[in-house]
Design a protein around this ligand. Structure first.
Ligand SMILES: Cc1cc2nc3c(=O)[nH]c(=O)nc-3n(C[C@H](O)[C@H](O)[C@H](O)COP(=O)(O)OP(=O)(O)OC[C@H]3O[C@@H](n4cnc5c(N)ncnc54)[C@H](O)[C@@H]3O)c2cc1C
Length: 432
């Protein structure tokens, strides 16, 4: 019987190495990020990336023939849990979103020429990429996209307005979703295009200031760009995959990406949880340490239980994906996307609360975690859409009862049971 919760010892060693490396080499970068330019940050990363490569942990999400480690989603999930402890860790490991998802779709749908031009340098860490789908008027429901790509001779010409294209202002490659077949069925209307960021007509207006990065700052890792595509002319071979297959390819990108997000959120949650527990051990108020207050004990117990539940659910979704593929894991992935985002939010919120004014201040990383956590309920599909998707799947297993009498209706069941066990009931009556 295969039902095993252990990590094999060789891989556990790698995870132990990664945990210590992220803690000692990456966490310090967080405190001086604001003082570094993107070029200086890239310089800081280079030697770290070499160490990761030497450990065989670089680009762990892709198959070995593509330069990755071919670990599959479970092993990768365990690694992402560690990388999630710092927003700067994934970049050192060659699995920074959106590059990781983009390399997955290039591997899946790219031609040999497209892979050579874009996937190889992306995997080597020589270029950066962005995924440009959301528009100011179309997000949760991407069938409402209005950006178009129109054939003109051998070329395609793209026109449209996108925003929240993460990392686009520092990217070399933009993967753009545009409508190519407006009269087709909704999920067959759009296609994906590989657009070099320096193509004339790609007009990056700004990095949109957000709750996570409130100050307007252009051209830095983690920015979310607003882009006008104005008569952007690209050759016919810039089409990624088949015409009209944009949503199909996007689905392949989003499934694993959501598992990685959920595992990374557990890394953030664990770090916040550690701060919560540490504070409970020393802060003294109203006659006792906070650890002795029942409310705080409830926070600790609830957080531990919720993180454990989210972790097992996420690893289970990853296991299903490894075993049966993305389609089989779809509902599990939708489950963990909204559940994991809530666990992240609630654990970080409790960690902030127990630190009082210190937690609210930038002297601790919790307020930044809190701002990060809020976005998790929106990107890669808002909570409500995932809940709707889970509910629809679940409801497929149910049908209305005959005459709309609930199947558990006790008087109806009792009448049926009386009939079924009539011989026993008769015997009881006869004995009276
Ligand atoms: C930090 C961050 C990074 C992002 N990075 C990228 C990126 O790299 N590339 C990219 O293309 N996009 C990116 N996005 C955009 C993201 O994918 C969208 O924000 C998301 O799909 C939601 O779309 P929207 O913001 O337009 O919200 P809307 O579509 O306007 O939805 C708003 C709200 O409506 C409600 N709603 C929607 N549908 C339903 C429903 N079926 N039932 C009930 N309520 C519903 C929900 O409460 C939802 O939050 C990013 C967003 C964030 C916040």
């Amino acid at each position: 019987m295969a039902w095993d919760f252990q990590t094999e010892p060789e891989y556990q060693e790698k995870l132990d190495w990664a945990r210590a490396f992220v803690r000692e080499e990456i966490w310090p970068l967080e405190t001086i990020f604001g003082e570094l330019s993107q070029d200086q940050l890239d310089d800081a990363y280079r030697p770290l990336q070499e160490q990761v490569k030497a450990q065989g942990l670089w680009a762990a999400h892709l198959d070995p023939e593509l330069g990755g480690q071919g670990y599959g989603q479970v092993k990768l999930g365990l690694l992402h849990e560690i990388l999630g402890t710092s927003p700067f860790a994934p970049n050192a490991f060659g699995c920074q979103a959106p590059d990781s998802g983009n390399s997955e779709i290039l591997a899946l749908a790219g031609t040999p020429e497209q892979k050579e031009r874009w996937l190889e340098p992306l995997l080597a860490g020589d270029i950066k990429s962005a995924f440009s789908m959301t528009e100011p008027g179309a997000g949760a429901d991407p069938t409402l996209l209005t950006t178009t790509a129109v054939r003109d001779g051998d070329d395609w010409v793209i026109n449209g307005h996108k925003w929240f294209s993460s990392n686009a202002s520092i990217a070399d490659l933009l993967i753009v979703m545009a409508v190519t077949d407006p009269d087709a069925r909704p999920h067959q209307r759009a296609s994906m295009f590989l657009v070099p960021a320096d193509t004339p007509g790609v007009n990056i207006l700004r990095d949109v200031p957000t709750m996570e990065h409130p100050q307007e700052e252009f051209g830095k890792l983690g920015g979310h760009a607003e882009i006008l595509y104005e008569d952007v002319r690209i050759p016919g071979d810039a089409l990624l995959g088949a015409q009209g297959a944009g949503f199909l390819i996007a689905q392949h990108r989003l499934g694993p990406g959501r598992i990685h997000h959920c595992m990374r959120w557990l890394g953030v949650s664990q770090r916040a949880f550690d701060m919560l527990c540490e504070r409970a051990t020393y802060r003294y108020a109203f006659g006792s340490r906070l650890a002795e207050k029942q409310t705080v004990q409830n926070w600790i117990a609830d957080s531990a239980a919720e993180m454990q539940a989210a972790r097992l659910m996420t690893l289970h979704a990853a296991w299903k994906m490894d075993k049966d593929g993305p389609a089989a894991a779809r509902t599990d992935i939708a489950l963990i996307k909204f559940f994991g985002a809530k666990v992240l939010h609630d654990v970080v919120d409790r960690a902030l609360q127990i630190h009082g004014s210190l937690g609210y201040s930038t002297d601790l990383p919790i307020e930044a975690m809190y701002r990060f956590a809020r976005a998790a309920r929106i990107y890669d599909g808002p909570d409500e859409v995932h809940r709707q998707s889970v509910a629809r799947q679940v409801l497929r297993g149910y049908t209305p009862p005959a005459d709309e009498v609930p199947s558990e209706h006790v008087p109806t069941r009792r009448a049926a049971a009386r009939e079924k066990f009539a011989h026993l009931l008769e015997a009881v009556t006869a004995n009276d």
